[in-house]
Design a protein. Structure first.
Length: 139
């Protein structure tokens, strides 16, 4: 056991062979650089192959001109479209108007309809047996 102990402090440096450690790290670095270069060239090759496979633009198009895709188009400003639709619906719910002039159906504002129902109540309907309802439509 006594002959295994180092005889001098500089003997600790000789236990580790730093030459092999530096060679191993150098090999890892070299392999990493080679793999990076291989992936770079492969990426360029695949990009070029993909670009070659893409069809060319229409010969009828002018330089810088784009084509409009077929309907339906995606919403570009969805909030503005929603606000416009909501304003149109609110206008219909708050104004008088014809639903069908031929049958005499009209549109009444919601507030007015609720006030009329609160004052007069709902009309009474009875089943006729053929799947329709019959009731007092005079109100």
């Amino acid at each position: 056991m006594a002959d295994q102990l180092p005889k001098a402090p500089d003997q600790f440096d000789r236990e580790l062979d730093f030459g092999w450690i530096w060679k191993f790290l150098g090999a890892i670095g070299l392999v990493s650089v080679l793999m990076f270069a291989a992936m770079w060239f492969m990426s360029d090759f695949l990009d070029q192959r993909l670009a070659d496979a893409q069809p060319e633009g229409s010969p009828l198009l002018e330089v810088g001109q784009t084509t409009v895709p077929p309907e339906p188009h995606l919403q570009v400003e969805s909030y503005a479209d929603w606000a416009e639709m909501k304003a149109a619906q609110d206008h219909e719910l708050a104004t008088y108007g014809w639903e069908d002039r031929g049958t005499g159906r009209v549109r009444v504002p919601v507030e007015e309809a609720m006030a009329r129902i609160a004052d007069q109540g709902l009309p009474a309907f009875e089943a006729t047996g053929d799947g329709t309802l019959e009731g007092d439509q005079s109100r």
